[in-house]
Design a protein around this ligand. Structure first.
Ligand code: OAD
Length: 258
């Protein structure tokens, strides 16, 4: 089956139509076409310019809270400026069309929810929220003030931190359990825009494979999953996902205002 270039095998189209449960697991690549940089792409990825251990660890925050806070403040502003792209919108539409659909994401930008996705499992937290490291205080949808010092917890005076998961930290247990359960139960697992290098998220497509799911990878570059995936489509998710949606369920409905 072909839609404007991409050829989707009829077995895949059939598997998605018949699936009782589809899982999509996304990484930074799905937001790249919205203008949010990825982490590991050469030249443009964050980790090509910055050392993760200086910005995305509890030790980095303890050593230099101001620097870490400012880096996240810049990213927070950027995420608020950008818009969901056709890949996010196609995934939200898939959720409306599929019998059951779980979206697991390593992204912290909330673009899936802004595109209309509802059943979203955030594995790495959300950059828009900040919290007390001791659990006293959370501010959802934190609004940055210009030239602001690192704010403190009103209860214990600790510096507030972005509500994301840093290297060396545990993922939220409820999110990890929901993701693992969905990977074990689904018939089709889509792995989209992730380098499949960061665990435990990187384990999920392999778990789905072991449990008999059809695993589809969408990524312009090969990853450690590529050789094992049932199907691989090399290209940007903002191009491939709308075509996949159309091949499986027909024309996409007009985008909803979330
Ligand atoms: P990476 O930056 O590691 O990988 C992004 C992937 O997206 C790469 O495989 C690219 O080839 C692919 N990509 C680029 N443009 C794309 C496009 N238009 N469409 C589809 N794919 C595209 O990002 P993640 O795998 O999400 O963790 O990284 C995982 C985690 O590592 C992140 O959540 C973050 C990071 O350090 C923490 O901060 C804890």
């Amino acid at each position: 089956m072909s839609t404007n270039g991409v050829v989707f095998p009829p077995e895949l189209v059939q598997a998605m139509r018949q699936a009782g449960h589809i899982v999509a697991s996304t990484g930074a690549g799905v937001s790249a076409e919205s203008g949010v940089p990825t982490f590991r792409d050469a030249q443009t990825g964050f980790w090509a310019q910055f050392k993760p251990e200086e910005l995305a660890t509890p030790e980095a925050f303890a050593a230099n809270p101001e620097r870490v806070w400012q880096w996240y403040a810049v990213r927070r502003r950027r995420v608020r400026e950008v818009q969901p792209n056709p890949g996010h919108l196609a995934l939200a539409e898939m959720e409306r069309r599929a019998r059951r659909f779980t979206l697991i994401t390593q992204n912290v930008d909330r673009l899936h929810q802004r595109a209309g996705s509802r059943n979203v499992v955030e594995l790495h937290g959300c950059i828009l929220s900040v919290r007390c490291p001791r659990g006293h205080h959370v501010i959802e949808d934190y609004q940055d003030a210009a030239d602001e010092a690192v704010p403190r917890c009103p209860l214990c005076q600790a510096y507030l931190r972005p509500a994301v998961v840093w290297f060396g930290e545990e993922l939220p247990a409820h999110a990890l359990e929901a993701a693992d359960t969905a990977a074990r139960q689904c018939e089709v697992f889509l792995s989209i825009g992730t380098s499949t290098l960061v665990y435990p998220a990187a384990q999920l497509p392999f778990t789905a494979l072991e449990c008999g799911a059809t695993v589809v990878e969408i990524n312009p570059q090969p990853t450690p999953l590529t050789d094992s995936a049932t199907y691989t489509f090399h290209g940007p998710s903002g191009v491939i996902l709308p075509q996949l949606l159309k091949a499986v369920w027909g024309e996409m409905a007009a985008p909803q205002n979330p």
